[in-house]
Design a protein around this ligand. Structure first.
Ligand code: FAD
Ligand code: A2P
Length: 318
């Protein structure tokens, strides 16, 4: 059902903090040093290879000047097939604003090795930067840029809101930092994280998140496993399986929704919001134009056109 887009256009959403950006650019990158690199999947037999990599950025412009939710750039060495220097790739900062060290000098990211068969000739395809980052050893130097991003952030007054975070795969990275920021600030808000992985062995930071949920009753950690057990469960399916808690949370005017991970997941979430929420309340998160038609026909090209997330919904998909 179409929602009242007029009302939504007027909603400025929460105030966001003003953040520093592009303190280093590709022409003048900073030099960071790897201080830790460890597997961060829950099981050694995980289907994918994902590493938690910590970089000491002290001495660079990033030190003490990044925020949870932002990303940074990594410039891999070498050249592409056309002989041009490799371009930077962006990685989400997985640390809280205070960094891994408590003073903003060490930031972490969560890198998944891109490994596949080549589309053209079925030879082994290994992504340039993700494998470079995952191969780095403690003490190695790496060229960094950033920070990047001024919108995928917690609001200026976090206590005024409740939070629903949807992550798939490495999309957990920014939420690890944001959740830590919220809990450190002692907010009394409700904080729910829904984390999606193919297998339970692929859950990232699982022990850490489980421990946080045990320690903080305001924080709920739910998982959605897509290739195990009875059937496929995607993050958006949790809105239905946990409707008693999640639907009122989603319909509450305090709530902010953050989505990070695999490109396309936002559509599934939009469909589920459309199906489950009271049409009047849906508009607080998502404005659906009349031309959007039947939700089964929604596609990514319609996002920000016929399907317009409001300023209370934050998307970072890649
Ligand atoms: P590349 O060498 O760039 O290869 C990937 C590209 O090759 C694809 O874009 C595609 O065009 C092509 N390709 C893919 N598969 C094949 C195939 N089978 N055959 C032929 N060609 C193929 N990633 C993370 O792991 N963690 C993060 O926290 C993270 N955060 C991000 C935040 C933002 C804001 C953005 C935009 C991206 C983020 N990424 C993150 C993704 C990251 O930037 C890189 O895109 C990813 O690591 C792959 O880079 P790569 O250099 O390893 O692969
Ligand atoms: P699947 O690949 O089984 O279909 P990872 O990055 O570790 O591969 O995890 C990505 C997770 O997101 C997987 O569980 C994957 O399921 C799931 N996923 C894939 N497509 C979507 C989608 N459109 N909406 C939500 N989750 C998705």
């Amino acid at each position: 059902m179409p929602t009242d887009t007029k009302t939504e256009k007027r909603d400025p959403g929460p105030d966001l903090p003003v953040v520093k950006m592009h303190l280093h650019n590709p022409k003048a990158p900073g030099t960071a040093r790897v201080v830790k690199s460890e597997i961060c999947t829950a099981g050694r037999r995980a289907a994918g290879f994902v590493r938690h990599v910590e970089l000491d950025v002290s001495g660079t412009e990033l030190a003490g000047r990044f925020r949870a939710g932002q990303s940074f750039g990594v410039i891999p060495p070498g050249q592409d097939e056309r002989g041009r220097p490799h371009q930077l790739r962006l990685y989400s900062i997985a640390s809280p604003t205070k960094g891994e060290d408590g003073s903003g000098n060490v930031l972490a990211t969560t890198v998944k090795r891109t490994i596949d068969e080549h589309w053209d000739d079925h030879s082994l395809f290994t992504g340039v930067c993700s494998n470079y980052l995952c191969d780095l050893k403690e003490g190695d130097e790496v060229l960094v840029t950033g920070p990047n991003g001024k919108r995928f952030l917690l609001p200026e007054r976090p206590d005024e809101h409740d939070y629903l975070f949807f992550a798939t795969g490495t999309g957990i990275a920014p939420f690890r930092g944001m959740i830590q920021d919220l809990l450190d600030a002692g907010v009394t808000s409700r904080v729910v994280l829904v984390m999606g992985s193919p297998y339970s062995s692929d859950l990232l930071y699982h022990d850490e998140l489980t421990a946080l949920a045990e320690k903080h009753p305001s924080f709920t950690y739910l998982t959605a496993i897509s290739r195990e057990g009875e059937g496929k469960v995607y993050v958006q399916d949790r809105i239905g399986t946990h409707a008693e808690t999640l639907v009122p949370l989603l319909e509450d005017k305090r709530s902010l929704v953050y989505v990070c991970g695999i490109a396309g997941m936002e559509l599934g979430i939009f469909r589920e919001l459309h199906a489950r929420l009271d049409p009047g309340r849906l508009g607080r998160l998502l404005a659906v134009d009349q031309e959007a038609g039947d939700p089964t026909g929604w596609n990514r090209k319609m996002v920000n056109r016929q399907l317009k997330p409001t300023r209370r919904m934050f998307l970072e998909v890649y």
